[in-house]
Design a protein around this ligand. Structure first.
Ligand SMILES: [Cu+2]
Length: 643
């Protein structure tokens, strides 16, 4: 958390020892580099300015509760537990005898020993280490046919897996569909589908048309970077569909070819496509364009050109203020949805304690979601971004940051994560919490560029106090590095897939897991419901009937935006808690969100919760199809489901 009280340096003791700095207390002279392992993870160099206060202030700003100095000019940040983990011992004070670079009368460690301070004020963070059902549980689901680059749960309940095509493994068609009702029968579970251009690596959204068509744009390379692909989900649980991916480059393609772009459903129902490169490590494509084609050329963005190559797969969100939020590398801004020009620039996103240019988007890949919006939607919308990495050194970040872009003066607040993570995924859960999974503790995104898989799941609960929101959950045994995904299913589980490291060390990972959050394990009965209508207008009152009166503490409802998960980017993510009231025990009414800037038109997973336990959800459409995408695209090779 930012802006901690720092205090002043207390008088220098005899022998150059500074016994305390504000609430930081000197803890002793500790060994460094035992067995060549640094005792603390973060290293900051202050060649002429290092003092105990400079170091402790720097560490405090990023929420570290241990600060240590060595060599007279190096500050290290970490946690008190790092001492034990590293096997370091406290040694004779005489081994910490190098004067501080910024204050010759104080001592700042030695050649391989550290003047070490611990924070003794109010803790900057506290993590819960859950056990039993409270820790959730990973379970093996089934073996896969590909390592998906993108996963999406269709409105038919089935899960789309998109994989490299042409550049992928032999015989891959690039597209498959998983029937979750048939996971015990491999042949029945997987349906082979086909793409014509390579989806490595594209953007994806579910369209607001009445069929919930899935759209992917961009890819690898040449013609594929212009690819626009559409799939109309069909079939049902236990019954295979017949539809396939449709594309026809003569009828429909992007104006600018894009590798690693992002996409979002705008409030007016059109699709905004942002950024990318021409090819891997190639020239940037610093433009944004709109689908369907409006007659306008793509619009040039200075900030996309300037921050290449660390801005790929930028994070996008429609804001209640009507602007479009975009975060990329270590920057963020709000665009006017009509002109696409910048209407507000946010402060830079804090990165690593040792490197302010540590970043959040590919290849410094972190992950982002929107915090819950509650009826009557008067609060500013929050953005949560977790993990990332630093350029060059590939030090994975161990923090999340939050901001409220529509606030008059938005700030970023730092919260420590229990472990480092690059290439994480966040799945928003129906109860308003968030599951952080996947990724590595070292490196950046890309093939063979990361190591030290992070096997732990973390639950983030935004209803708790800042700094106390994270719970350390169950571990998986499966490394999920580059090209790993996580999406929340209608049944409340989180589907966890992938790992495409191509590093000769960690497997190409085809196994699919599910994570069961505590609400599926704590023994409380799940509610059931019947919804009267799945096509909602804004502000409309919709009735649903409970299978029985609430038993766990009371009824709430939530909406989760339909997500396409790729590269830490949950395109379409949004969490809403609409107004709901129940009478007579089992008859309830939910009020649809009021408009397209609170709830962009599209498909949402609707959940009924009793005391925090979700029923199996259903997909609903909210706000219709204002851009009439259901009649698009005209031309051969596409079916049009209607608006
Ligand atoms: Cu990729």
């Amino acid at each position: 958390m930012a802006n901690f009280p720092m205090g002043n340096t207390t008088p220098v003791g005899s022998g150059g020892l500074v016994p305390s700095v504000g609430d930081w207390a000197y803890h002793g002279c500790a060994q460094d580099n035992v067995n060549n392992n640094p005792t603390f993870p973060w290293r900051l160099i202050f060649d002429y300015t290092l003092t105990p206060m400079v170091c402790t202030n720097a560490c405090a700003e990023f929420g570290y509760m241990a600060a240590a100095m060595g060599h007279g000019n190096i500050c290290y940040c970490g946690d008190p537990a790092n001492i034990d983990t590293a096997g370091a011992k406290f040694v004779d004070e005489g081994l910490c005898d190098i004067p501080c670079a910024g204050n010759g009368t104080a001592m700042c460690g030695g050649g391989s020993s550290l003047s070490t301070y611990f924070w003794e004020g109010d803790p900057f963070y506290s993590w819960v280490f859950a056990e039993g059902p409270a820790a959730g549980r990973y379970e093996f689901l089934l073996g896969g046919v590909v390592v998906p680059l993108m996963t999406t749960q269709g409105i038919n309940g089935k899960v789309t897996f998109l994989e490299k095509w042409g550049t992928g493994p032999p015989n891959s068609t690039g597209a498959y569909e998983l029937d979750l009702s048939a996971v015990n029968d491999f042949e029945a579970a997987w349906r082979t589908m086909h793409v014509k251009t390579d989806v490595f690596c594209s953007a994806g959204v579910t369209l607001p048309d009445q069929a919930g068509r899935q759209l992917t744009v961009g890819g690898w390379s040449g013609d594929s970077t212009y690819g626009v692909r559409l799939y109309t989900p069909d079939g049902s649980a236990g019954k295979k569909g017949k539809n396939d991916w449709q594309e026809n480059v003569d009828v429909l393609k992007l104006q600018d070819g894009r590798w690693y772009p992002s996409a979002i459903n705008m409030a007016n129902g059109s699709i905004l496509v942002v950024g990318g490169q021409e090819i891997a490590n190639g020239a940037p494509v610093p433009t944004v364009e709109i689908l369907p084609y409006t007659g306008a050329r793509p619009v040039y963005m200075e900030w996309l050109e300037r921050t290449d190559p660390n801005n790929l797969y930028p994070f996008l969100a429609v804001l209640p203020s009507k602007g479009i939020f975009v975060a990329y590398w270590n920057e963020a801004r709000i665009l006017d949805p009509a002109t696409l020009q910048t209407i507000k620039t946010l402060p830079n996103i804090p990165g690593a304690v040792s490197d302010p240019r540590g970043g959040r988007t590919y290849p410094l890949e972190g992950t982002a979601v929107l915090l819950p919006q509650h009826a009557p939607y008067g609060d500013n919308l929050g953005v949560l971004i977790c993990g990332g990495s630093t350029e060059g050194s590939g030090n994975a970040l161990d923090n999340c940051v939050t901001t409220y872009p529509d606030a008059p003066k938005p700030e970023w607040v730092i919260e420590r994560m229990p472990s480092k993570r690059v290439m994480p995924c966040i799945a928003p859960l129906p109860d308003g919490t968030y599951l952080i999974v996947n990724g590595a503790q070292q490196g950046v995104a890309g093939f063979a560029l990361s190591d030290k898989p992070n096997l732990n799941a973390v639950l983030y609960d935004p209803t708790k106090k800042l700094g106390s929101r994270m719970t350390v959950m169950d571990n998986t045994t499966i490394a999920r590095l580059y090209h790993s995904e996580a999406i929340t299913l209608l049944d409340g589980r989180v589907l966890v897939s992938g790992s495409d490291p191509q590093d000769g060390k960690h497997p190409q990972e085809y196994r699919v897991e599910v994570f069961l959050p505590p609400y599926l394990l704590n023994g409380d009965p799940r509610p059931t419901f019947k919804l009267s209508k799945t096509d909602w207008e804004y502000s409309q009152e919709i009735t649903f009937t409970l299978g029985g009166p609430a038993r766990n503490g009371g009824i709430r409802v939530s909406l989760l935006g339909s997500v396409s998960s790729t590269h830490g980017n949950s395109m379409g993510t949004r969490t809403l808690f609409p107004a709901v009231s129940c009478s007579g025990g089992t008859t309830c009414t939910v009020t649809a969100p009021p408009g397209p800037h609170i709830c962009p038109p599209g498909w949402y997973q609707f959940f009924v919760l009793d005391g925090g336990i979700p029923a199996v959800g259903v997909f609903v459409r909210i706000g219709g199809d204002p851009a009439k995408l259901g009649n698009w695209p005209k031309g051969e090779g596409f079916t049009r489901p209607g608006v």
